[in-house]
Design a protein around this ligand. Sequence first.
Ligand code: ADE
Length: 221
Amino acid sequence: MKIDILTIFPEMFQNFLTQSIIKRAIEQRLVEVEIHNFRDYSKDPHHKVDDTPYGGGSGMVLMCQPIFDCLDKIRTKDSYVVMLTPDGTKYHQSIAYKLSEKKHLILMCGHYEGFDERIRSLVDLELSIGDYVLTGGELASMVVADSIIRLVPGVIKEDSHLQESFNDDLLDYPVYTKPAVFRGMKVPEVLLNGDHEKIAQYRREQQIKKTKEKRPDLLEK
Ligand code: ADE
C-alpha cells in the first residue's frame, strides 16, 4: 500500500514516520508513505497557498491551484483521495478496515478557514476524526494513517485484530501480566488455570460488561 499525504507542515510527520510499528512497517516495505508539501506546487512567486475568501469574512482559504497541480502529478487510476475536515463523515474502525484495502491512498490536510469549495471535486471521501476542531488536518491524517497501517497484513500479528475494541461493536476485554498479585490487586483466577473455554467465556462477558459501562451506545446498535 502507498499513502501520500498532502500538507503545508511536512515536519509534523517526522516523528510519526520514524517510531515504533509505523517505522517497522515502512522499513519492511509493507507500506510506503510519502509526504508532499503542496506549497512546492504553488505557482505564486512567494509560494502562496491561501487567499482571502470571496464575499468577505475572516481567515484565509486554501487555493485550488497548488492542490489540483499536486493531485495531477500523484494521482493514478488506483488512487483514493481522502480529505481531512471537521465537516466530514465521522471516522470509525469499519472505515479503517475499508481504507486498509486500497492500493493507493491520498490524504489531504486542510488548514486555516478551509479549502476552496472546488477542491472537494477531487475527493472520494471527506473524513472527520471527531466533533472538535483542530488547527489543521495533520493530526487527523496521522490518526487515520496510523489506524490503517496497523491493519495492513503483516504489520502486526493477525490475531491481535480479532479481539480488539470496536470489532462486533464491543470494547476489548481487560488483560493482565505478571505478577499475579500486585499491591494486593489480584489477576482474576480464571486466567491462571489454563482452561481456554472458560477464559474465552470470561473474556466475552468482560467485553459486554465493559461496553455496557463505558459505551452503552455501541450495544444499542
Ligand atoms: N481538521 C480540523 N479538525 C478536524 C477534525 N476534527 N477531523 C479531521 N480534520 C480536521
